[in-house]
Design a protein around this ligand. Structure first.
Ligand code: MLT
Length: 395
């Protein structure tokens, strides 16, 4: 037996597992410490009532012979959910057809699994800093990675002119609103990437996980708002953040029919083939809950949760501001990204944990360019967030 040796090139633990382990060790040594957890971007508000009702109803249907269901239709998602998602996009003026949408158990799985449809020697262009799953999944599969710098210089929004000389990517990752910096591309910013990808024959993997946090209506929430994107982009999204589905698990990927490789092979057909071979679909109960997220009542209830989190962000931002600590994000994003005092983000993570009993995420965990920064999430409960703000500002 021989192992996939590319796993040996990875850091020992995935970022959020390492943080969980460090926090668990601290908590077991200090059992009375009242920790405020603003590390992993996990939601705390309960599911929307419309979602709970839909899931309860779906469970009851499964208990009756006449309405019982087994496998979903080929594992790509029920028609009712795919058309609900298409309507969600149509309401924003974005045309995607039901059969271009493939339902899954979340964005993280799709981001990793989609690499199956690309050549083994593909070169991925990945922003630094960014969500660490992009790099890790490419490293695991032995693919080549190049980085494009996000920094104060470009407001953490790398542009095609920042691509290092000599790099011609096959796959370009874009996360907007960005995890971890909270930076959001303008339409012009995304158009530059779409034009670049079409020119070099690359595909953009657009991670729209945080789209529902965009409050500024001039900012794009989908890559498909941009002319030319249908020939160069795939959008990957999740219900984790809009619907609080981190524990329920549901997401979707949109592959436009026009998107092909240079020989005319349709990526939609490859992705559907991959999913129907290696994945058996998301549970009926979950898909009914997901459908309810996109109903009028569901959207109103989910948006109320998003406003709650954005108010949390405002509270955390206010604390940093009163300490004269520069920060970004928190307005169209659930993440607050700020400069750490002495530039060492893991040291600051430790200090925050030990001295303030606050769990954050060190910027270095998102890439080399994240060093010198810290990320706090706004997904906490209000009383905990207020407590964290108080602890941050208390001397
Ligand atoms: C994060 O904290 O970056 C996210 O919650 C991770 C994820 O969505 O998988």
């Amino acid at each position: 037996m021989r192992i996939n040796r590319h796993f040996l090139e990875l850091k020992d633990s995935y970022l959020f597992r390492r943080i969980a382990q460090e926090v668990a060790a601290y908590k077991s040594a200090n059992p009375t410490a009242d920790l405020v957890r603003l590390g992993i971007g996990d939601v705390t508000q309960p599911l929307a009532p419309a979602v709970v009702d839909a899931m309860a109803q779906a469970s009851r249907e499964l208990g009756v012979r006449e309405t019982f269901r087994g496998y979903d239709d080929g594992g790509v998602g029920y028609d009712f959910l795919r058309s609900a998602i298409a309507r969600y996009y149509a309401a924003r003026g974005v045309a995607v057809s039901d059969d271009e949408i493939i339902v899954s158990d979340g964005a993280k799985s799709d981001l990793g699994n989609i690499l199956d449809i690309f050549a083994d020697d593909s070169l991925a262009l990945i922003p630094d800093p960014v969500y660490p799953a992009y790099v890790d999944t490419n490293v695991m599969s032995g693919r080549r990675v190049a980085y494009v710098e996000g920094s104060e210089r470009n407001d953490f929004l790398p542009a095609p002119q920042d691509v290092p000389d000599g790099v011609t990517p096959d796959v370009i990752y874009i996360c907007s609103p960005n995890n971890p910096t909270g930076a959001v591309y303008t339409r012009d910013g995304l158009k530059a990437w779409v034009d670049y990808a079409n020119a070099v024959g690359a595909v953009i993997l657009f991670d729209a996980a945080y789209e529902a946090f965009v409050q500024d209506e001039t900012l794009p929430r989908s890559i498909f708002e941009i002319d030319g994107a249908r020939t160069c982009a795939i959008e990957i999204c999740t219900l984790s953040k809009i619907g609080g589905f981190t524990g329920v698990r549901c997401g979707y990927t949109i592959v436009p029919r026009e998107l092909t490789d240079a020989d005319g092979n349709a990526l939609l057909a490859l992705w559907r083939r991959r999913q129907t071979t290696k994945f058996n679909g998301v549970s009926y109960v979950t898909q009914r809950g997901a459908e309810a997220v996109f109903s009028d009542d569901g959207l109103a209830q989910c948006r109320a949760n998003i406003s709650y989190y954005l108010e949390n962000a405002r509270i955390i931002g206010g604390a940093l501001q009163s300490l004269a600590i520069p920060y970004r994000g928190g307005t169209n994003s659930p993440y607050i990204w700020f400069t750490v005092p002495n530039g060492d983000s893991w040291a600051y993570f430790d200090r925050l944990l030990r001295e303030k009993h606050i769990v954050g995420t060190p910027g270095a965990g998102f890439g080399q360019r994240g060093e010198g920064y810290m990320r706090l999430t706004a997904f906490g409960q209000r009383d905990k967030v207020e407590e964290a703000a108080k602890r941050l500002t208390d001397n």
